[in-house]
Design a protein around this ligand. Structure first.
Ligand SMILES: [Ca+2]
Length: 501
């Protein structure tokens, strides 16, 4: 730009610093001093008449000026003005040319600058494009590498597959050969089978002949048996007489027994538990074994208890020895003689034999335990005859409407550091009534009826397995905190008595 400025200044000087314009007639025009002079400003000497223009003052004053001289001066003046005008016009033309040149130069410069800027911008864009292209190339190379890796992996897999296919083909070939061999063998066996069939049919005919002979023999023997039966009939008539005598003796025995019962009733001397003694107990009406004990019956054995406000009775074993006696046994397992995998109604009313294995019944249990505060004692025995117990100071069960819900508290005992009985609130379940907290049916899996939680650490009504085995069983008689999940016990007793006994 500086170069452009200096060149334009130089041009300007070249055009305008020239010798002052001299007219032919010797008059120096104002234009020689530059553009500041105006064409209308004429120098003072130009406004006066030239030296050869002589006019006397007198003449001027006395007479009017001759019109010829005046015209001549006017013409001169016009001529001068024209000259000035011409000069100015020329100057204006030059000025115009100069402006045009300057403008052209600036335009050229501007175009050059613009071209320069555009080239720089293009270069920058080009660089950006190049770097982007480079990045894309790197990415493409990565992708290509990945593709290559995958392709090689696939090729390896294909190779492996073709190898295994070859192996399979060989195996198929071998099997085909084997089948052919078997087929040949089969043909041979078929031939042998046909031969054997023929032999068998011959043997069968021989056997048929023997059978006929045997049938004859049987007929002879049956006639012999008929004769023997006839003889036996005569002997039986003799035995009938003996039976009649036996019946008479039995009647006498019954009479004697009833006499003994009457005597007992009078004495009110109470003895355990023969089947022949029920009248005495019925007369007394006991609700539990504690009452039996208090009445003076202090020997362990089977007694009859009454449901409250009912004539219904239940046979129960009373333990009059353990820990002060008076215990009503509500469950007993000892030999596996009774099946405990039973429906709801059986557990409701009770089942089994009070002299052996039995369940007293959930209705009775609810009724007794809700008539006062009861203690529960559970006695357990393993196959090495180790005996332990779990005791609960408070125990009662709800009614059937509430699924005989369990309530226990105050645990103590030797059968484990913690209680194996389900916690309070657990409902009773059997194989046909699922009241447990498991998505499964505990009573079906563990067997028996019990207060299954989900499914809980105990089940004394499970399957009775004899002996110690290493087999893991989850449906045996279980008391987790004593023997773990799978060891079945030899004997269990559940019994209750009032706290204040
Ligand atoms: Ca369930």
């Amino acid at each position: 730009m500086q170069a452009a400025d200096s060149s334009s200044q130089e041009l300007w000087h070249r055009r305008w610093r020239r010798p002052p314009h001299a007219r032919k007639d010797g008059i120096t025009t104002a234009s020689s001093t530059g553009p500041a002079a105006t064409p209308s400003s004429c120098p003072v000497e130009h406004c006066r008449p030239r030296p050869d223009f002589h006019v006397s003052n007198s003449l001027q004053r006395d007479s009017p000026s001759p019109p010829a001289a005046e015209q001549h001066w006017t013409a001169k003046r016009l001529e001068e003005l024209e000259g000035v005008m011409e000069n100015n016009t020329e100057w204006l033309l030059k000025l115009e040319n100069y402006i045009q040149d300057s403008v052209k130069l600036e335009m050229v410069e501007m175009q050059r600058t613009a071209a320069h800027n555009q080239t720089a911008a293009m270069l920058e864009i080009g660089t950006n494009l190049l770097s982007q292209t480079m990045e894309q190339n790197i990415k493409l190379t990565d992708v290509e590498m990945q593709m290559l890796n995958q392709t090689s992996r696939l090729e390896i897999q294909l190779l492996e597959n073709s190898l295994s296919t070859n192996k399979l083909e060989k195996q198929v070939l071998l099997q085909t050969q084997e089948i052919t061999r078997l087929h040949d063998k089969n043909g041979f066996l078929e031939q042998r089978f046909v031969a054997m069939e023929e032999r068998h049919s011959q043997e069968l005919q021989v056997l048929k002949a023997e059978k006929l002979q045997l049938q004859d023999l049987v007929a002879q023997q049956s006639s012999f048996i008929t004769e023997l039966e006839r003889e036996l009939g005569s002997a039986t008539s003799n035995s009938t007489l003996l039976q009649k005598q036996q019946a008479a003796l039995m009647d006498t025995v019954h009479q004697l027994l009833s006499m003994i019962n009457q005597c007992n009733a009078v004495k009110r001397s109470l003895f355990p538990v023969e089947i022949s003694m029920p009248p005495k107990e019925e007369a007394l009406r006991f609700k539990d074994c504690a009452e039996v004990y208090k009445s003076g019956l202090t020997t362990s054995g089977i007694y009859t208890l009454h449901y409250l406000n009912s004539t219904e009775t239940v046979k129960v074993f009373c333990d009059m020895e353990t820990s002060g006696g008076g215990w009503t046994v509500l469950q007993h397992r000892m030999d596996g003689a009774v099946d405990f995998h039973r429906p709801w109604k059986d557990y409701k009313t009770g089942f089994g034999d009070s002299s052996g294995e039995y369940w007293l019944g959930n209705d009775f249990l609810h009724q007794v335990t809700s008539s006062g505060v009861y203690t529960l004692r559970i006695v357990l025995k393993d196959w090495e005859n180790n005996e332990v117990y779990s005791q609960y100071d408070h125990f009662h069960t709800d009614s059937e409407e509430r699924n005989y819900r369990l309530h226990v508290k105050g645990y103590s005992g030797t059968a484990g550091r913690t209680s194996s009985l389900s916690h309070s609130g657990t409902e009773f379940s059997t194989k046909d009534r699922d009241n447990d907290k498991c998505g499964c049916k505990c009573a079906q899996m563990a067997t028996g009826g019990w207060w299954f939680d989900a499914c809980g650490p105990s089940n004394l009504n499970g399957i009775y397995y004899t002996g110690n085995t290493n087999t893991v069983r989850y449906n045996g008689i279980k008391w987790y905190y004593w023997k773990g999940p799978s060891l079945s016990l030899k004997e269990t007793i559940m019994m209750i008595k009032p706290v204040d006994f």
